[in-house]
Design a protein. Structure first.
Length: 273
């Protein structure tokens, strides 16, 4: 299952990576870098800028490792660097999902725990910012998945709390990433922990009103529709994912979600291509 809580790596087309990298370099040359939560004026520490450049090419895991090395150096020198800590949490999450897809559960859990630790540090440093809360919650959710049902149930409430915090601070962060994750919690959780697929559907439909081409929201809503027997609507959404144009910012994630959509069509619908 692919979500902010799981995924696999895909090689990013070179022109997409170059396009996104050029955009960051131009912004840096103008004296600012676009952060996930908005525009930050001034020049970041050079290691953070370079780490962002490496993350753009995350389809190649060597780039993720290089970016993490720079960010770890940064916090070794300044343990109060919020910008570095939340990026560490994000990068560890990506690595953990790669390990999980390759069935390396031990390495995946270690990465998610490292990501949760970094996210927790970031959230403590800047409780008024969305990034730390978001990546903390995502990593906690994946820890729960790796460690099984009991730990997963224990972490439902902390994940929900972090995402609700993000919704209060910046509801549009990561194209309504917190709202999508909350919807996924409602989808996955048993009824006695607040599971509610109809509520999940409502949240995802609302998300798609603002971001109609978000492949995560489309995939999650298709899963909800399948779960409640709305198969024709699910099929339409899955096909819509396959028809999306390449994304210069979320290239690996879109490719992954398209592969997931193709698998669901193949398994659920005899007429799927």
């Amino acid at each position: 299952m692919v979500s902010e809580l799981s995924g696999i790596p895909y090689k990013w087309q070179s022109w997409l990576s170059a396009f996104a990298l050029l955009a960051v370099l131009l912004a840096a040359g103008a004296g600012s870098v676009r952060a996930a939560s908005g525009t930050r004026t001034g020049v970041f520490a050079s290691r953070v800028i370079m780490a962002d450049d490496f993350y753009l090419g995350r389809g190649n895991l060597i780039n993720v490792d290089r970016g993490l090395q720079l960010l770890r150096q940064q916090v070794a020198e300044n343990s109060n660097d919020y910008e570095a800590w939340w990026r560490i949490s994000r990068s560890e999450n990506f690595l953990g999902r790669v390990h999980d897809a390759n069935d390396d559960d031990k390495a995946a859990l270690a990465a998610f725990e490292a990501g949760a630790d970094a996210g927790r540090r970031a959230a403590k440093l800047r409780p008024d910012r969305a990034e730390g809360h978001f990546w903390l919650g995502v990593n906690l959710g994946l820890i729960g998945e790796e460690e099984g049902l009991l730990r997963g149930l224990h972490l439902v409430d902390p994940v929900r709390q972090e995402m609700e915090t993000v919704m209060r601070i910046d509801p549009d962060f990561e194209q309504r990433g917190a709202q999508r994750t909350l919807a996924r919690v409602y989808y996955r959780a048993p009824f006695f922990k607040g599971g509610d697929k109809e509520r999940s559907i409502e949240l995802l439909q609302d998300c798609l009103k603002r971001y109609p081409d978000n492949s995560f929201a489309l995939l999650y809503l298709a899963d909800d529709y399948l779960a409640v027997g709305r198969k024709a609507e699910a099929q339409r959404l899955l096909q819509q994912i396959l028809d999306l144009c390449p994304d210069p910012v979320y290239g690996p994630e879109l490719a992954n979600n398209q592969a997931e959509a193709h698998d669901r069509l193949r398994h659920e619908f005899a007429s799927a291509r």
